[in-house]
Design a protein around this ligand. Structure first.
Ligand code: AFP
Length: 335
């Protein structure tokens, strides 16, 4: 099997970026290795999908009231088990559990993990892309608060990651000012990347949103969409997979903007969860030269009020997000 000698692994990336941070090097290596192992396990299961009888509903609802799929449960058990065994994680917050779970660890070097173990579950039964999303936080000091308090008082992400299970399996990591893209070699089990930072391309022309909800959006948002379709020059194209990881990844590689806004009226906070969906994507975008906003403020400056808090999310290339903000009445400052 041909392997380009300049290819590097997530291990190389973390080693390179922690040369002056010995304290966090080990937990970051252990957590990244757990994410890689979970990615290998999930990718291997997903390849067989319906043959294993795991692509259906688990016939229960999660804390958010959403139907849980069997693969949601498998993702939860897989990643939670790996983080437990790493002994580098103080607590895990998951979309699939009401409360964060405290894990046995070496307290001196432990970090917090927030995760959506299986993003885009409605894509499972139709063999469309899905993913897993992670944000790694430093615990607040002193770290004696409640399990929830740890996440509500944590700093912005130290490292963010997602796995995309599609034609191939990608691992995207953002850490220390860089976003890097790795691909799973299914023969060797290694995640390999070309060793260079990834940046959003300039002049992206993709917008991704569920336009079926447009009638329920605020007027400035409706006007923005209408302008995109009728007047913007150069014109844009619409692409929507319906799994945040898939939509974000395409825009990261091609240049584009993803929008999941709040609806006008009672459902004002949008659908996506701050700590394990919006925040990691914002962090990955930022490290790739992009930006994320809730429509009014940078996602990375939002202080969570609850661990499963939802926020509107607009994320992508800086020029497109800036244009969105200007047209909807909240110009970005400082960018
Ligand atoms: P799940 O992780 O619960 O499957 O949610 C997926 C998701 O939150 C996100 O990945 C998508 O972008 C979004 O839902 C799609 O939602 P709509 O069907 O409302 O467009």
């Amino acid at each position: 099997m041909y392997k380009n000698p300049s290819f590097g692994t997530p291990f190389d990336f973390i080693m390179e970026k922690t040369s002056d941070n010995q304290t966090e090097r080990t937990p970051l290596l252990l957590i990244t290795a757990a994410i890689e192992q979970g990615g290998r396990t999930m990718a291997s299961l997903l390849r067989k999908g319906p043959l294993l009888g795991i692509t259906g509903s688990a016939q229960i609802r999660n804390v958010q009231g959403e139907e849980v799929q069997t693969l949601d449960q498998i993702g939860q058990e897989t990643f939670l088990g790996l983080f437990r065994r790493s002994r580098a994680v103080l607590s895990v917050l998951s979309e699939e559990a009401e409360m964060p779970e405290v894990l046995p660890c070496d307290e001196k070097t432990s970090l917090l993990v927030a995760m959506d173990p299986l993003d885009g579950s409605s894509n499972i039964s139709v063999n469309a892309p899905i993913g897993s999303i992670f944000s790694i936080f430093r615990p607040p000091a002193p770290s004696s608060s409640s399990p929830e308090g740890l996440f509500l008082n944590a700093s912005s992400p130290l490292l963010s990651a997602y796995l995309l299970y599609s034609v191939s399996t990608s691992l995207v990591l953002a850490f220390s000012g860089e976003t890097r893209v790795f691909t799973l070699d299914p023969d060797t089990g290694e995640f390999l990347g070309d060793g260079s930072p990834w940046r959003f391309p300039d002049k992206g022309k993709i917008y991704s949103t569920n336009e079926a909800y447009l009638p329920r959006w605020e007027k400035p948002l409706q006007d923005y969409l209408s302008w995109i379709k009728k007047e913007r020059n150069p014109s844009m194209i619409l692409r929507y997979i319906g799994a945040l990881v898939g939509d974000f990844h395409r825009n990261l590689l091609k240049g584009g903007i993803y929008l999941y806004p709040a609806e006008a009226g009672e459902k004002t906070s949008g659908k996506l969860r701050l700590l394990y969906e919006a925040c990691p994507m914002a962090h990955i975008a930022r490290n790739a030269g992009g930006i994320a906003t809730d429509g009014k403020q940078d996602i990375l400056t939002i202080v969570p009020r609850s661990v499963h808090q939802r926020v509107p999310l607009i994320v992508g290339s800086v020029d497109l997000v800036r244009e969105f903000q200007e047209r909807t009445g909240h110009p970005l400052s400082g960018l």
